[in-house]
Ligand binder design. Structure first.
Ligand SMILES: [Fe+2]
Length: 136
């Protein structure tokens, strides 16, 4: 279970809320895997995670368009890669299910990606908005 830390906030309320929610979905998925909740439930939590991820990425990308974010294309690319990872995971769960051991590895990979992405890439969006705010 990974808890949100205030240092993950990028200073944009809607995005910070969505990131918190994303972490909740991620935790729910891992919890279902760790407790070996059964394929259907694991698939369901993963579907929620996927849907929320898509929703969040699209609203974050819209925000980047709105603020003329200079690194939009690169940022979109990293989002697309993550979506691809989630889609592959969905396929793996469907065909093979998930073991406790693979859950630990998966948990580390996805959580590391998310927290790393938030603190490195998404933070730049917050910085961009803050800089523009000062300029106005
Ligand atoms: Fe992002």
């Amino acid at each position: 279970m990974i808890n949100w830390k205030e240092s993950y906030d990028i200073g944009v309320e809607t995005i910070d809320c969505q990131h918190r929610q994303l972490l909740v979905k991620l935790n729910e998925f891992f919890e279902a895997c760790t407790n070996q909740k059964g394929k259907e439930q694991i698939e369901e939590t993963l579907r929620f995670l996927k849907e929320y991820t898509l929703e969040h990425f699209s609203s974050e990308e819209q925000l980047m368009v709105d603020i003329d974010f200079p690194e939009l294309a690169e940022h979109q690319k990293t989002h697309a890669e993550f979506v691809q990872t989630v889609l592959e995971l969905e396929e793996t769960v469907k065909t093979k299910g998930v073991s406790v051991l693979s859950t630990i590895k998966l948990n580390r990979t996805l959580t590391d990606w998310l927290l790393n992405h938030i603190s490195k890439c998404d933070q730049l969006i917050g910085d961009c908005i803050a800089a523009k705010g000062k300029a106005v």
